[in-house]
Write a protein that binds this ligand. Structure first.
Ligand code: SF4
Length: 164
């Protein structure tokens, strides 16, 4: 006797339980037709080859326009995080990061202390240069405090090291 017959006659009662299979939906399952597949194929632009490279998302951005390109946006975002981590208000950090985009486009080699790994302190309460000798901002470590205006000023500094 087959297993199906045992189940049907209750021969497995007490030994195992079985639930008759039912359709998940009222409609019987049907496979895709050739016509459905053809519809999907037609949805692709007929003049676009399958191996055509993806369009360059920066094609309308700097240097072709003033819009920030992908690399600039990434740098902008990183700087915004750095500037707000250092205690700047978001609006101020946003303005400053914008200025830095313009600086980079102008190939200006000046930097901010806020971009430097040697800047200690936050929110202007205790700006301090940890590379004060090389920077030449003080003669003694205890005198290496930096004014907020100085920290926000583009400058060239011998002690600068980019913060990454
Ligand atoms: S090393 Fe120069 S750029 Fe860096 S924090 Fe000191 S003064 Fe600023």
């Amino acid at each position: 006797m087959s297993l199906a017959n045992l189940i049907t006659r209750g021969g497995l009662r007490g030994l195992a339980t079985a639930t008759p299979a039912t359709f998940a939906t009222h409609e019987p399952f049907s496979t895709s037709t050739v016509a459905t597949e053809a519809t999907i194929a037609v949805a692709k632009a007929p003049d676009t080859a399958a191996n055509y490279p993806a369009p360059d998302s920066d094609r309308w951005c700097w240097p072709h326009s003033s819009a920030m390109n992908g690399a600039e946006i990434e740098t902008f975002t990183t700087r915004l995080t750095r500037l707000t981590d250092k205690g700047l208000r978001l609006d101020d950090a946003d303005d400053l990061a914008d200025n830095l985009v313009r600086r980079d486009r102008d190939l200006d080699d000046r930097r901010l202390c806020l971009e430097c790994i040697h800047l200690a302190g936050q929110s202007g309460a205790a700006w301090h240069c940890k590379n004060w000798q090389r920077a030449g901002v003080a003669l003694r470590a205890k005198d290496a405090q930096l004014a907020t205006a100085f920290v926000l000023q583009l400058q060239r500094c011998e002690g600068f090291t980019i913060h990454v």
